[in-house]
Design a binder for this molecule. Structure first.
Ligand SMILES: [Zn+2]
Length: 196
């Protein structure tokens, strides 16, 4: 019976989906990590830009091939910021690996289609919400960061799975249903809602 299945889904996802408080806590946690860890990435890239500017007239190969702390040349790093430069493969139910043409690998886990946990090529982890990153690069005004590019490339493959899309739509429906009410469980159990 259809309503029984929906109820089971409700119960399952009500227990799985993070509450708004948990989401906020998670967001605050990752934002703090960004400040502590991502800033090192930013400083490394900035130092390299300043270095390259300082040796701008110097065309010796060893200068052009100068590598930052992540082992990438400037040209290689630039390719990180375009989703088209990634090849994505699925490595688990919601896990993916995005590999840039420059060889840099990103592990991407997608949660309910809304959150992407991206482990970068420098080993730092970032939590993206609806494709938006809060790393130091973005906070300093970059239009797109490598985490967003890797996540965007991943979502192309992610959206090819009808089951994942179905699950995400169900979670979104549940969230929309419970967000306006203060006591979701009481509301779901009310006869008026069941009849609706
Ligand atoms: Zn980022």
């Amino acid at each position: 019976m259809a309503t029984t299945i929906v109820s089971d889904w409700d119960d399952a996802f009500a227990s799985m989906a993070p509450t708004p408080a948990e989401v906020e806590h998670e967001r605050a946690y990752w934002q703090e990590l960004d400040r502590q860890e991502g800033y090192a990435d930013y400083l490394a890239a900035r130092a390299e830009e300043q270095f390259l500017a300082a040796v701008g007239e110097d065309d010796r190969p060893e200068r052009r091939e100068y590598r930052g702390s992540d082992g990438l040349t400037k040209a290689e790093r630039l390719s990180l910021y375009d989703a088209a430069n990634y090849t994505v493969e699925r490595t688990g139910p919601i896990q993916f690996r995005a590999v840039n043409v420059n060889g840099a690998e990103f592990e991407v886990g997608v949660i309910f289609g809304r959150f992407a946990r991206v482990t970068s090529n420098t080993g730092n982890e970032y939590l993206l919400h609806n494709g938006a990153c809060h790393c130091a690069h973005k906070q300093n005004g970059a239009p797109i960061c490598k985490h967003e590019a890797a996540a965007a490339a991943t979502m192309v493959l992610y959206r090819q799975d009808p089951l994942l899309l179905e699950v995400d739509a169900e979670v979104a429906r549940l969230r929309a249903q419970r967000e306006p009410v203060t006591s979701p469980k009481a509301e779901v159990a009310s006869p008026a809602l069941k009849a609706a």
